[in-house]
Design a protein around this ligand. Structure first.
Ligand SMILES: NS(=O)(=O)c1ccc(C(=O)NCc2ccccc2F)cc1
Ligand SMILES: [Zn+2]
Length: 260
């Protein structure tokens, strides 16, 4: 039975065989070229109001490291920007490379960042997440680029400290009292466009909000992330790296910028 992944036999080039949406017209990620972006002065600023008490657990699902939040009511929400209404924070996760020179999913003016962090929110007007992902306005993901520099990002430490407890696939640990808005960069500038999950089933339900300013992490912090394994305990070690989908066809979509 086909289990999708990022290897040559089950990677992004194969996904469409089991998930036809993967060949849709509004797929993510994409390459963003500043010259094709349209500044939209009507775009509102976005606001996150997260409850640190909503954080629940952190897990290694063999494909990424994911922090899960209580989304049973409007407890941690994202508002504004291109969105109508309050979207509930459900989980955050990352995509990263096997070395510092690549790993992000979106590519900005040819620049690949070392990693890309996704904060996944869904529109409660659709009742639940499974229904929301069938709607064009169902899901909103804030994407933050991680750039390798000399100074480690202290706010990333909480996540990276937990890595040792979730080394292998299926491992989960409590992860409480965490407000992910501490990860945001200073600037609120963003690009936004309509796209999809970057993993199967590649549903085209996402309003992407990509922050222009990357956050800086250290090479050691990236090495820590790369110490996660795809394999389960007592299985041969298979490093969890290069869990990113390459850019997909833009197909005439307009990327808007909140800034000039
Ligand atoms: N990389 S991303 O575009 O930000 C992204 C965000 C969320 C998911 C997700 O929830 N998958 C699980 C899932 C659950 C239920 C139904 C379908 C699903 F994909 C996958 C990818
Ligand atoms: Zn993602």
């Amino acid at each position: 039975q086909f289990v999708w992944g990022y290897e040559s036999d089950n990677g992004p080039e194969h996904w469409h065989e089991n998930y036809p949406m993967a060949k849709g017209d509004k797929q993510s990620p994409i390459e963003i070229n500043s010259k094709d972006v349209q500044h939209d002065s009507s775009l509102a600023p976005w606001h996150a109001s997260y409850d640190p008490g909503a954080a629940k657990t952190i897990l290694n699902n063999g494909r990424t490291c994911r922090v899960v939040f209580d989304d049973s009511f409007d407890r941690s929400v994202l508002r504004g920007g291109p969105l109508t209404g309050a979207y509930r924070l459900r989980q955050l996760h990352l995509h990263w490379g096997s070395s510092d020179d690549h790993g992000s999913e979106h590519v900005i003016d040819g620049v690949k960042y070392a990693a890309e962090l996704h904060m996944v929110h869904w529109n409660p007007k659709h009742g639940n997440f499974a229904r929301a992902l069938k709607q064009p306005d169902g899901v909103a993901v804030v994407g933050i680029f991680l750039k390798v520099g000399k100074t480690p990002k202290p706010e990333m430490k909480r996540i990276l400290e937990e890595i040792d407890n979730i080394k292998t696939k299926g491992k989960e640990a409590p992860f409480q009292h965490f407000d992910p808005s501490i990860l945001f960069p200073k600037s609120r500038d963003y690009w936004t466009y309509n796209g999809s999950f970057t993993t199967p089933p590649c549903e085209e339900c996402i309003t992407w909000i990509l922050l222009r300013e990357p956050i800086e992490v250290s090479s050691d912090q990236m090495a820590k992330l790369r110490s996660l394994s795809k394999n389960g305990e007592n299985e041969p070690v298979n490093p969890l790296v290069d869990n990113w989908r390459p850019p997909q066809p833009v197909k005439g979509r307009i990327v808007k910028a909140s800034f000039k």
